[in-house]
Design a protein around this ligand. Structure first.
Ligand code: SD4
Length: 317
């Protein structure tokens, strides 16, 4: 038995996710509820322009969200991809997991499912996200470049404070005191993406993976690259072979860098937690070690939320 549940979440905004996850744990002790509550907190934070409400839209100005959740206890999973006009997509993903015999619903039909199950039709854009989109329309940079350039600009305009700069996907991994695990992953994906593009986040094994005998992992970064190596599955596979969560995260990122050497500049990162509450993380150095996109993750244990600086894996490995 662990002396405390543990939750980890990607990026600086993961502190909000960890706080919400802890409050949920205090209510009912459920790790699945905790990771969902953590993901919801970031989805509903309009300051975060890469997740949920306020997320940046595709190249036609439409916000398309991807989300997935996995429950270690029964190895069940649910996901939605390219869903529009619905807030809290992780909760729709959970409903797919619990109310259907399927794993993933896509696009308009995911939206229809959500509406049939009590979710409301909502405008996901905010004045800030609309302004960024209009600005981008004038510049028309490529999606992945824009994704990061946007941070660069925000960083500069903000005088270098990371607080106002949004980072990427939120992945939330948790373990309860009995060693049961769950994970959630939710994002608006790459800004200005091609309509219909789906990233790694809602793909089981890529954006997240849970094995209740081993651990839980989640990924953030350029999904078009990470998907090619099933990053989260690889982390858990390595842990199952005996690696610690830290060793497994570093090994998985090295594997990505070996397989896609021409893509080292792209950001990719993962977090992991073991059944015993041990944690790990790693990121590509060239993609994420710039001041405007420092790789960080948050942790909560015994009610204390801590922001951690992440570990970088250099390109030549
Ligand atoms: C995606 N992995 O859609 C997500 C976005 C992200 O850093 O995490 N960006 O590719």
């Amino acid at each position: 038995m662990l002396d405390s549940p543990v939750v980890i979440a990607t990026w600086k905004f993961g502190t909000g996710a960890c706080q919400a996850a802890w409050e949920s744990f205090e209510k009912d002790g459920s790790v699945l509820d905790a990771v969902e509550a953590g993901a919801n907190q970031v989805e509903e934070n309009e300051e975060v322009n890469s997740v949920g409400y306020g997320g940046l839209p595709n190249r036609e100005g439409v916000v398309e969200l991807d989300a997935a959740i996995m429950n270690g206890v029964d190895h069940s999973a649910g996901a939605v991809c390219a869903i529009t006009s619905i807030r809290k997509p992780i909760s729709v993903a959970r409903m797919v997991m619990e109310k259907t015999s399927h794993v993933m619903l896509a696009g308009g039909n995911a939206r229809r499912f959500a509406l049939q199950n009590g979710f409301q039709n909502s405008d996901l854009t905010t004045p800030a996200s609309r302004e960024k989109f209009n600005q981008w329309k004038l510049e028309q940079t490529a999606p992945d470049v824009a994704h990061f350039d946007d941070r660069e600009k925000a960083w500069n305009e903000d005088g270098g404070s990371l607080d106002q700069v949004s980072h990427d996907t939120v992945g939330v991994c948790g373990v309860d005191i009995n060693g049961n695990l769950a994970a959630a992953c939710t994002t608006s994906g790459l800004a200005w993406k091609t309509p219909g593009r789906v990233g790694d986040s809602p793909i089981i094994g890529s954006g997240l993976y849970v094995d209740n005998n081993v651990g839980a992992a989640a990924a953030t970064g350029n999904g078009d690259e990470m998907m090619k190596v099933c990053l989260s599955y690889r982390v858990i596979f390595l842990m199952d072979q005996g690696a610690s969560p830290q060793e497994a995260c570093e090994e998985a990122i090295k594997y990505l860098l070996r397989k896609r050497p021409d893509h080292q500049q792209h950001g990719a990162a993962c977090i992991a937690i073991s059944k015993t509450g041990e944690i790990g993380n790693a990121a590509t150095q060239e993609g994420f070690s710039h001041p405007n996109r420092l790789w960080e993750f948050a942790l909560v244990r015994s009610g204390h939320v801590i922001l951690h600086e992440g570990v970088y894996v250099p390109a030549q490995v």
